[in-house]
Ligand binder design. Structure first.
Ligand code: F0G
Length: 479
């Protein structure tokens, strides 16, 4: 059989609404050209994130009905704890309300001024939590990660030589932990090989440093290891997952990804003393040790989700459905980060609209174009997300089409591919943007923009609104 079907039946549906082009224009302008500020019911296909947007299974919903909501020692917590212990081999399991809560606790304990935390590439909340503690977050991706068109099976890998160089330069005492993000979200949802993880572990052992995983998408990473890494093909997914976690001293996990739930997170730690201190912080701001800021029903849903995500039929479908979208885009001549990632397709926005410089956010221009064309919501991962406040522009200007788990069908993906192809044909008409207002941290969530008149028709940085308000002659006589 050539077609890989969705390995589930759909028994509950939620209508989605197609808006007119005129409505979308008005909605986009009202949202200050930032799709984070658009209401979800005005979006047709929502590819903003794969986080917390998945569909739960009938078994997860059954768990929700069965849940024990006791404050301490609930049966739902024990099921959650046992599931994670069996899956990861970690004895100490703390529930949190989402990934960034685990990060906040971890870096409050091990971060601080003068410290440096290397990673293959930090996700934005991880970086923000490290910086919030006063420490510095450093990305050490392999060189291949910087080139979207280069084919490499494990573009998520960490640059081992760069890691050694960093440790030798600043000294191990300033590094509280080395972190590896699986899969590497910021570099295109690309996987990290077992070989690379083992090499990072060896460097950590050499210098006596702990290794922490940011393991939000551990199951997708394990699938890539099995299908791409020599010698892994015949191993069960669970065995690969276990080896990944065995290499680490701790892990922060957002269960909103491979936990297949709408809310929830995990903090895993091997060290007894660190676990004790983390537990105290958990009680301080999240909740007691056996619920950590979520309800018993959330713990049940996570326990079941973490079991389902390592099922091989599910993972085969998951990875194939993302790859299917990537193949269609490439056939239309659209540049994407290759090969397709585990949870998302990343459009190469610099190639999509070469006429828009990084300072004018080419990725955001594509994001606005996708919403205008087809009601699709995507997210910029480039100068807007990572730049600003004296930071250097990131090496890539990307637009992420993140695919929620078990939500959209193949025909939804066909529609997305057609919309991208249509926008690509008209890409020369896309306009850059400038920020009108933005907060100082994590600015991409709430910044508002104005569109800039294309440089070839107007050399000043006037916005479209300026031009409409004042005819060009008035501007030239005044100037
Ligand atoms: N680490 C990675 C690699 C992530 O992708 C995310 C979230 C987090 C940590 C934080 O987890 O949201 O549960 O607090 N990523 C989402 C995304 C938001 O859209 O990629 P959280």
């Amino acid at each position: 059989m050539r077609t890989m079907i969705e390995p589930f039946r759909i028994r509950s549906v939620e209508p989605i609404r197609l808006t007119s082009a005129g409505e979308r224009e008005e909605i986009l302008q009202r949202a200050g050209f930032n799709p984070f500020l658009i209401d979800a019911e005005d979006v047709l296909i929502d590819l903003l994130t794969d986080s917390g947007t998945g569909a739960m299974s009938s078994e997860q919903w059954a768990g929700i009905m069965r849940a024990d909501e006791s404050y301490a020692g609930a049966a739902s917590f024990r099921r959650f704890e046992r599931t994670l212990q069996e899956l990861t081999g970690f004895r100490h399991v703390l529930p949190t309300h989402q990934g960034r809560a685990s990060e906040r606790i971890l870096f409050e304990l091990i971060g601080g001024p003068g410290k440096v935390v290397p990673n293959n590439a930090h996700f934005d909340t991880t970086r923000a939590n490290i910086e919030h503690s006063g420490a510095e977050a450093v990305d050490l991706p392999v060189a291949e990660a910087r080139c979207p068109s280069v084919l490499h099976p494990f573009k998520g890998n960490m640059d081992i030589e760069a890691l050694r160089h960093l440790i030798r330069t600043i000294g191990p005492a300033r590094i509280p932990a080395v972190m590896v993000t699986v899969t590497n979200n910021s570099a295109g949802g690309q996987p990290v090989s077992l070989e690379n993880l083992r090499a990072v572990r060896a460097v950590c052992d050499e210098y006596g440093l702990p290794l922490m995983l940011d393991a939000c998408r551990f199951a997708e990473n394990a699938w890539f290891i099995r299908t791409r890494e020599p010698g892994q093909r015949d191993r069960p997914i669970r065995a690969i997952v276990r080896e990944m976690f065995d290499l680490a001293d701790g892990a922060t996990i957002s269960a909103k990804k491979d936990g297949l739930v709408n809310i929830g997170g995990v903090l895993l730690l091997r060290d007894d003393a660190l676990f004790g201190r983390a537990g105290n912080l958990l009680i301080l701001t999240e909740g007691y040790l056996t619920y950590g800021g979520v309800s018993g029903r959330d713990l049940e849903a996570m326990a079941q989700g973490f079991r389902e995500v390592v099922e091989e039929d599910y993972l085969a479908y998951r990875i194939r459905s993302v790859e299917y979208l990537g193949e269609q885009l490439m056939r239309s001549g659209i540049g994407i980060v290759q090969p397709p990632g585990g949870h998302a397709i990343y459009l190469d926005a610099a190639r999509f609209c070469p006429h828009i410089p990084a300072s004018r956010f080419p990725g955001q221009a594509v994001v606005c174009g996708l919403y205008r064309t087809a009601g699709i919501r995507a997210v910029e991962i480039g100068s807007l997300m990572f730049g600003g406040e004296g930071r250097p522009d990131p090496p890539l200007e990307l637009v992420r089409l993140a695919i929620p788990r078990r939500v959209y069908t193949q025909s939804h993906m066909d529609y997305v591919a057609e919309a991208c192809a249509e926008l690509h044909r008209r890409a020369s008409g896309l306009r850059g943007l400038r920020i009108v207002e933005a907060p100082s941290v994590l600015r991409h969530f709430t910044a508002r923009f104005a569109e800039i008149v294309p440089a070839d028709t107007d050399r000043s940085d006037r916005t479209v609104a300026d031009v409409l308000a004042r005819p060009p002659q008035a501007v030239s006589t005044a100037g």
